[in-house]
Write a protein that binds this ligand. Structure first.
Ligand code: C2E
Ligand code: CA
Ligand code: CA
Ligand code: CA
Length: 277
């Protein structure tokens, strides 16, 4: 797997524009991947800028493809979303992450929280898997606070809101992902029911060069704090970015400066050490 920098989001996902034939192959492959459980979870630390401690980890999906090696989400998630298969895949992802959260709560401590990405298709009314998540956590004996859901703004506009409200009422936390991309407006932060906002990597990557970008981050942080939300900066790659965001009052940071997504045992090691000096 690629670990270094690189503009992961700047290239197209070939599958989406590929021939009908290769789309069919991808569809068949994904169905098989679900049955044979070819998915794996990687975890990326989310670091408290106040203490350097790892309080959270984001669960990020990988597909161990039988012939193509370890595939990143950009290669299959868009297709899984378009085909509806994301519902089952996302359910596997949630359950896997919840099991891991349970293990870490015992081994690392109660402060550890795992965040999972959810697409809006997983949160529609009547979609069974997300209704089962609370029951699954009860079976595990896992406090809902041990889990958090990351959603993009597009999910907040839809009827997912009701589902999210229920999950949150039970104690799960909610993060607004990729804030600042697309048609973002600060008013999205008032949507209600949010606990965290994640400032998108595209802003973070420019705070060093562009004063205007830093000013935007400062404005987002100030608005979020006024509304009672905490802020995570995504894609922090340099010490300078980290220092500027810390000065701007940002609460948490995530990015290659600290660690790329890693397998669970490695995340556990990172969580035992302090990540800022
Ligand atoms: P995301 O939620 O915005 O996740 C953060 C992505 O940024 C991850 O890519 C991560 O590896 C990458 N990243 C982290 N730090 C840095 C950095 O410092 N620099 C750069 N250049 N990149 C960094 P990844 O793992 O390839 O995931 C891509 C997207 O796939 C995620 O974006 C998320 O939208 C989606 N995804 C991943 N897992 C799941 C899942 O279980 N369910 C759903 N529905 N979507 C998922
Ligand atoms: Ca995310
Ligand atoms: Ca994100
Ligand atoms: Ca992003």
């Amino acid at each position: 797997a690629r670990r270094g920098g690189g503009n992961r989001y700047c290239y197209y996902t070939p599958e989406l524009q590929a021939s009908a034939q290769s789309r069919q192959a991808l569809a068949a492959g994904l169905r098989e991947a679900i049955e044979k459980e070819q998915f794996e979870m990687m975890y990326q630390p989310i670091v408290s800028l106040a203490t350097g401690e790892v309080h959270k980890a984001e669960a990020l999906l990988r597909w161990r493809h039988p012939t193509r090696g370890l595939l990143e989400p950009a290669e299959f998630i868009p297709y899984a979303e378009a085909s509806g298969m994301i519902v089952r895949i996302g359910d596997w992802a949630f359950r896997q992450a919840a099991r891991q959260a349970g293990e870490w709560r015992e081994r690392i401590g109660d402060g550890m929280q795992v965040t999972v990405n959810a697409s809006s298709a997983q949160l529609r009314p009547g979609i069974e898997p997300s209704r089962g998540w609370l029951g699954f956590m009860r079976e595990l004996g896992l406090a809902p606070e041990a889990m958090a859901i990351e959603v993009k703004e597009s999910a907040l506009q839809q009827d997912a809101n009701e589902r999210l409200r229920q999950l949150r009422e039970e104690g799960m936390q909610l993060l607004l992902d990729d804030f600042g991309t697309g048609l973002s407006s600060l008013s999205k932060l008032t949507a209600g029911g949010l606990d965290y906002v994640k400032i998108d990597r595209t802003f973070v990557s420019r705070v060093e060069e562009e004063g205007s970008e830093l000013a935007l981050c400062e404005a987002i942080i100030a608005a979020a704090h006024r509304l009672g939300l905490k802020v995570v900066a995504e894609g922090v790659e340099t010490r300078v970015q980290c220092a500027l965001l810390t000065d701007a009052g940002c609460d948490y940071a995530q990015g290659y400066l600290f660690s790329p997504p890693v397998p669970a045992p490695e995340l556990e090691e990172l969580a035992r050490a302090r990540m800022l000096h």
